[in-house]
Design a protein around this ligand. Structure first.
Ligand code: FES
Length: 328
């Protein structure tokens, strides 16, 4: 026995026709409004790209950042709002407004329901006018294509303008650059480096750089230590890279690039606090524990005629974590 519902299905209320259903002039007006919104979106996207090019950011001029961000924001806002509001207005004003009920059915529909689906698509196409209203459709396609363009331009410029491999392989160090204290930039004399001491070092002149100072520091930071000469087991090929027991190694961990900041003077071990890699300074900074895959690169040093420690050259291998072109 099948029990009938105690509350009968009231069905849908009668459809209320909109002004655009009743008045062809209003319908045409809505169509123009929608197209205008999509065109506005295109203009906004183009404006964003133009603003990005016409108002470049000058690191030394905070006003340029404000101008760049303001016009970029206005452009992207118009681009997104135009396409969004236009699409909503299209569905509210022009697409058919009657309510539908979709019955549940097995995942794969019967042949009849599949045919019906095709019919529904055809009806939706006819009702929305997607193929008939070519102006609206084409302006929508234009807006959708133009909207991601600012993102492409912005993300493209996140990559360095120069060759990234060359940028990673070279640092500020060159022959004759004095080793200076971090952060004061005061040059260090060999006589100031006592046995057991460790200095955090930057290239002299880094503090005066007007741009890319942090990027250069991130590559050129060095640790300087002095060990008793008889405890230093140097690589014969690098025997003249140290000066009277004073050695300089990159401070950038060869695992993933954290600063190797902890020096244990009794054992001569350097510890990277990020993942506990340990390097043995007495044995050319070979890895004795942890995930780092190679020793810290050594900076060849000597002294100048005034007794200041200077680099003999740049590092002879890339500093920091391994990267895909390291062997090139
Ligand atoms: S970054 Fe140094 S151990 Fe991971």
């Amino acid at each position: 026995m099948v029990r009938t519902d105690r509350i009968p299905n009231p069905g849908f209320p009668p459809e209320r026709l909109r002004v655009t259903d009743l008045d062809p002039k209003k319908e045409k007006q809505a169509e123009r409004t929608i197209s205008a919104l999509f065109f506005l979106s295109i203009v906004g996207s183009v404006l964003a790209v133009a603003a990005y090019i016409l108002f470049p950011i000058d690191e030394l001029d905070p006003g340029s950042i404000r101008l760049n961000n303001m016009f970029l924001g206005i452009g992207i806002t118009l681009g997104l709002l135009g396409v969004g509001i236009g699409a909503v207005h299209w569905s509210k004003a022009l697409m058919h407004g009657h309510e539908l009920v979709e019955q549940r059915h097995p995942t794969r529909g019967s042949d009849e329901s599949r045919e019906r689906a095709v019919e529904i698509f055809s009806e939706a196409n006819a009702e929305s006018g997607f193929t008939r209203r070519t102006l609206v459709r084409n302006s929508l396609i234009g807006a959708v294509v133009a909207t991601p363009i600012p993102a492409i331009a912005l993300f493209r410029d996140l990559a360095p303008a120069e060759d990234p491999v060359a940028l990673l392989k070279h640092t500020m160090w060159e022959a004759g650059t004095r080793l200076a204290r971090d952060p004061s930039g005061t040059p260090i004399k060999a006589s100031e480096v006592t046995i057991g001491s460790a200095f955090h070092v930057i290239p002299e002149g880094l503090a005066e750089l007007e741009s890319h100072r942090l990027e250069e520091k991130a590559k050129a930071a060095v640790l300087l230590m002095r060990l008793p000469v008889d405890e230093l087991n140097e690589d014969p090929a690098k025997a003249d890279w140290s000066y009277d027991g004073i050695v300089a190694y990159s401070k950038i961990c060869t695992h993933v690039g954290c600063p190797v900041a902890l020096y244990e003077q009794q054992t001569h071990h350097l510890l990277c606090p990020c993942h506990q890699s340990q390097f043995d300074v007495a044995n050319h900074c070979e890895v004795i524990f942890g995930p780092a895959a190679r020793p810290l690169p050594q900076l060849p040093i000597t002294v100048d005629e005034e007794g200041y420690l200077v680099a003999q050259s740049d590092f002879t291998e890339p500093v920091g974590p391994s990267f895909w072109e390291r062997a090139l």
